[in-house]
Design a protein around this ligand. Structure first.
Ligand SMILES: Cc1cc2nc3c(=O)[nH]c(=O)nc-3n(C[C@H](O)[C@H](O)[C@H](O)COP(=O)(O)OP(=O)(O)OC[C@H]3O[C@@H](n4cnc5c(N)ncnc54)[C@H](O)[C@@H]3O)c2cc1C
Length: 395
C-alpha cells in the first residue's frame, strides 16, 4: 500500500494540477531542509468542488451517511448497492457503488477513550469534529477487515490555547531547539532527538500524557527567532525562566528555573556558535543529562526568556478498514467486498507509531482517485474497462 502510494503520488499531483489546483512553494522555514509544496486546504477543496460541478457532478451538503445498502448478487455474495443518508435531516437513498472517505474516528470522544486510554476524551481535535468513524463501522458491519494500528494516531504538539476542535494550523515549531518542561518544572523528552518532521506527530501524545495535559516551551532571546508559533497564544516574556513559567501557569516555576540551569551546564558553552537549525547538528548536551539533548544543545542564557503553553492534539486516527491497492475494501478473508471502496483516513494499515509529514493529503488524493477509478471501471458502463460501452473523453 505504501509503495503504491509513493509510486502514484507524482502523477496524482500532475492530475490535480490538470484539474486546476494551483500550488505554491512554501518559503523555507527553520527546520525544513527545503521549501515544501503547499496549498491552502480551503482553496484545494473549493477548486476541486468547482471542477466536479463543471464535469457534471453534484456535491450534497449537510449530508450524513447513516447506513449501507446491501443486496445479494446472482452469485449469492453480498454486495454494497448504495447508501442511506440524512440530508438536511431528511432520509435520502443513493444507489450505486460506495466509497468510504469519511476520515477516521479521531473526533469521537468515546472512541478516543477506548483506543487511547483515560483522559483522551479531553484531547483537542485539530480538524473536523465530524470525523467520528461511523462510516468505518458501517463497512466493518458489512464484513470489512479492521486493519492497522487502532491504538495509534497522528497526535501533534500544538498551542495549549487551541480551541477544542478545528484548531487548524496550531503547531509551535522550533521546539526541537529549545526546552520543554512539565508542571513539575522537569524536562521529560529529548526535544532534539530528531528533525521536526520526524517528531511533531508523536510528541503530541507525550505532551498530552503530562500533568493536566499541559507543558511549557521555553526559549531565550537568541533562539526565539527560530520558533514558528502558528497557534493562538501570545508569547510570554520575562527576565528569568521562573518568571515566564509563573506567568504561563506552571505549578513549579522555581524547579523549572533549576532544570534550565542544569540543562545550560550540560550544553557546550559554544552551543549557539555550533547551532545549525537546518540539519541534525550533532551538538549534544553532556552524556549524563537526563533526558538527553541529542542535537541543538544551546544554553538558554540570553534574556528576555520567552515561553508558550503546549499540549497534544489529535490530527487523525491510524486504524481503519482493509483495502487493496485498487482501493477495494477487503473482508476478513482478504476478498474484495463488491461495490465497496475506501480511501484516505478511513483506511487502516498505512501508519504505525509515527507519520512522515505531508503523507495525509497525498494518501487521500492518491487513493481517493484510485477508489473512484476502480468504482467507475467496475460499475460505470460508460468507462473504459467498465461494464460496457465507450470510454468518456474526460475523467
Ligand atoms: C490541522 C491539520 C493540519 C494538517 N496538515 C497536513 C499537512 O500539512 N499535510 C498533509 O499531507 N496532511 C495534513 N493533515 C492531514 C490531512 O488533512 C488528512 O490526512 C486528510 O485531509 C485526510 O483526508 P480524508 O479525505 O481521508 O478525510 P477528511 O479530509 O478528514 O474528510 C473526511 C470528511 O468526511 C466527512 N464525514 C465524516 N463522517 C461522515 C458521514 N457519516 N457522512 C458524510 N460525511 C462524513 C467529514 O465531515 C469530512 O468532511 C492535516 C490535518 C489537520 C487536521
Amino acid at each position: 500500500m505504501a509503495r503504491h502510494l509513493v509510486d502514484r503520488s507524482s502523477e496524482t499531483m500532475a492530475w490535480l494540477t490538470d484539474h486546476g489546483v494551483d500550488w505554491e512553494m512554501e518559503p523555507p522555514h527553520v527546520g525544513y531542509t527545503a521549501a515544501r509544496t503547499f496549498i491552502d486546504g480551503v482553496d484545494l477543496v473549493d477548486t476541486l468542488v468547482a471542477r466536479v460541478e463543471e464535469l457534471g457532478g453534484t456535491v450534497v451538503y449537510d449530508a450524513e451517511a447513516r447506513a449501507l445498502h446491501e443486496t445479494t448478487g446472482d452469485d449469492g455474495r453480498r454486495r454494497i448497492s448504495g447508501v442511506e443518508a440524512l440530508v438536511d435531516g431528511e432520509p435520502v437513498a443513493y444507489e450505486g457503488p460506495v466509497v468510504v472517505a469519511a476520515g477516521g474516528y479521531e473526533s469521537d470522544e468515546r472512541k478516543r477513550t477506548v483506543y487511547y486510554g483515560d483522559g483522551y476524551d479531553e484531547m483537542t481535535v485539530r480538524g473536523s469534529p465530524y470525523n467520528t468513524g461511523e462510516p468505518i463501522e458501517m463497512a466493518l458491519d458489512a464484513g470489512a477487515a479492521a486493519v492497522g494500528q487502532w491504538s495509534g494516531a497522528h497526535m501533534s504538539l500544538i498551542d495549549g490555547n487551541s480551541p477544542p476542535a478545528r484548531g487548524g494550523a496550531n503547531r509551535i515549531d522550533g521546539y526541537q531547539y529549545c526546552v520543554v518542561l512539565n508542571h513539575d518544572g522537569e524536562r521529560f523528552v529529548d526535544e532534539g532527538q530528531d528533525a521536526r518532521a520526524h517528531t511533531y506527530a508523536r510528541f503530541g501524545r507525550l505532551f498530552f500524557e503530562q500533568e493536566r495535559h499541559e507543558v511549557f516551551l521555553i526559549a531565550d532571546a537568541r533562539l526565539e527567532e527560530y520558533l514558528w508559533p502558528q497557534g493562538p497564544s501570545d508569547p510570554v516574556y520575562g527576565d528569568t525562566v521562573a518568571e515566564v513559567l509563573a506567568e504561563l501557569g506552571c505549578d513549579s516555576p522555581e524547579a523549572g528555573q533549576a532544570t534550565v540551569e542544569a540543562y545550560n551546564e550540560a550544553c557546550p558553552a559554544d552551543g549557539f556558535e555550533r547551532f545549525d537549525p537546518e540539519q541534525l547538528d550533532g551538538t549534544a548536551a553532556a552524556g549524563d543529562l537526563a533526558p538527553p539533548k541529542s542535537n541543538w544543545a544551546v544554553p538558554l542564557t540570553e534574556p528576555p526568556y520567552v515561553g508558550y503553553p503546549l499540549t497534544g492534539g489529535i490530527t487523525f486516527a491510524f486504524g481503519g478498514v482493509g483495502t487493496d491497492t485498487d482501493a477495494r475494501v477487503l473482508d476478513t478473508r482478504e476478498e474484495p467486498i463488491p461495490g465497496l471502496y475506501a480511501a484516505g483516513n478511513s483506511v487502516g494499515g498505512l501508519f504505525y507509531d509515527n507519520y512522515p509529514g505531508g503523507t495525509g493529503l497525498t494518501n487521500a488524493a492518491v487513493y481517493g482517485r484510485v477508489a473512484a477509478e476502480t468504482a467507475a471501471e467496475e460499475h460505470d458502463p460508460s468507462v473504459a474497462g467498465g461494464a460496457a460501452g465507450e470510454a468518456p473523453a474526460d475523467d
